[in-house]
Write a protein that binds this ligand. Structure first.
Ligand SMILES: Cc1cc2nc3c(=O)[nH]c(=O)nc-3n(C[C@H](O)[C@H](O)[C@H](O)COP(=O)(O)OP(=O)(O)OC[C@H]3O[C@@H](n4cnc5c(N)ncnc54)[C@H](O)[C@@H]3O)c2cc1C
Length: 328
């Protein structure tokens, strides 16, 4: 049985799901705003920063290791009183009284009137040998983040949708040559994006090929082993980079009840980071937006934390008015 003290210990002003840049920044602002704040993270604090070797585009830090930035962000959130626990959030559910219950894999149930979901997303992996081994050593899932490391090199982009073709076009500002490796003989990307890529002299298409393995040595990625989907022939493509754009799944499985999202499952918010469920806010990579970077994640998180403060104040005032009306 849960007694009163235990119940209070499980109740917060705001619960944040995920401790990537968005979650930690939201935690820092909420803590600083004197809200009782809980961040629940299934792994180590830092999110995708922990999968990033060097970051060169976070303003104020010309170059910083991902793990160092993660540590600084986590310490900053803790300094202002946010609590961080390790657990996986299984369900976020709005109850009849308008509060939320947050249920975890360790079977804990936390309560709060507001929740900020900052659970990020997962890039779809090829699932081939060498992909994990050379991640950060030539294998990447983010052109804006890593493109500048491939100046003058020959690289490959895997995929045939809008993201793959747009990112290939973007990467030609750094790379000498970009192969687009696609398993079919035509692209899924929209016509205008295709047209731009076909006109780009630095892009060459490698049709009807699937990647069987990413190969390399101590220098990093050196080639892709390919199989022709029509003839079954094997070949090797010499590249020092392999950007994989075959999909990205926002981590939204824990949200119970209907919420507005786009066709790819990204959460729709307004400019206050409010979702279509009252009291539920979203920030960072899982939100519908033009680009997904550390700067955009922390920008969203700042807005979300301040919007939560306003939401809680308005909710308290509304309850007072209702109580006063009930008393008369
Ligand atoms: C390889 C790589 C390199 C990158 N390089 C750069 C770069 O150089 N510069 C740049 O600006 N951006 C870069 N990015 C993008 C940047 O990392 C993301 O935009 C940013 O991390 C998004 O922050 P976020 O907090 O929204 O999500 P994330 O960083 O993905 O954090 C989400 C967190 O939520 C946790 N979580 C998920 N589900 C649950 C659950 N059910 N319960 C509890 N916790 C959960 C995850 O474990 C994770 O820690 C890179 C991305 C990748 C993949």
């Amino acid at each position: 049985m849960t007694d009163h003290t235990e119940r209070d210990a499980m109740t917060y002003d705001v619960i944040i799901v995920g401790a990537g840049p968005a979650g930690l920044c939201a935690g820092m602002y909420a803590g600083r705003g004197m809200l009782k704040t809980l961040i629940i993270e299934r792994g180590l604090p830092g999110g995708e920063l922990l999968n990033t070797e060097k970051i060169e585009d976070y303003i104020g830090f010309e170059s910083i290791l991902g793990r160092d930035l993660a540590e600084k962000m986590a310490n900053h959130a803790l300094k202002f009183g946010a609590e961080i626990i390790t657990d996986t959030v299984d369900a976020v559910e709005r109850t009849a009284d308008g509060d939320f219950t947050v249920t975890t894999a360790l079977e804990k149930v936390f309560r709060a009137p507001a929740v900020i979901i900052t659970a990020g997303g997962t890039p779809t992996k090829l699932g081939v040998p060498g992909e994990a081994e050379y991640a950060g050593k030539g294998v990447s899932y983010c052109a804006v983040c890593d493109g500048a490391f491939f100046r003058g090199e020959t690289i490959a982009v895997v995929g045939g949708g809008d993201a793959a073709v747009e990112e290939a076009d973007y990467l030609t500002r750094y790379a000498e040559k970009v192969y687009i490796v696609h398993r079919r003989d035509r692209l899924r990307a929209s016509p205008i994006i295709q047209e731009r890529a076909f006109k780009n002299p630095k892009i060459e298409f490698v049709w009807n090929k699937v990647v069987e393995a990413i190969e390399g040595d101590e220098r990093g990625t050196q080639s892709l082993r390919l199989t022709d989907t029509v003839t079954g022939d094997e070949s090797s493509l010499a590249v020092t980079g392999c950007f994989i754009f075959i999909g990205f799944t926002p981590n939204t499985g824990m949200i119970r009840g209907h919420y507005e999202h786009d066709a790819q499952g990204y959460v729709v918010t307004d400019t206050h980071m409010r979702t279509s469920i009252p009291g539920l806010f979203a920030a960072g990579d899982l939100r519908v937006q033009l680009t997904r970077q550390i700067t955009t994640a922390v920008g969203d998180a700042t807005t979300a934390a301040i919007a939560v403060e306003k939401y809680l104040t308005e909710r308290r005032e509304h309850s007072k008015v209702q109580a006063a009306a009930g008393a008369t």
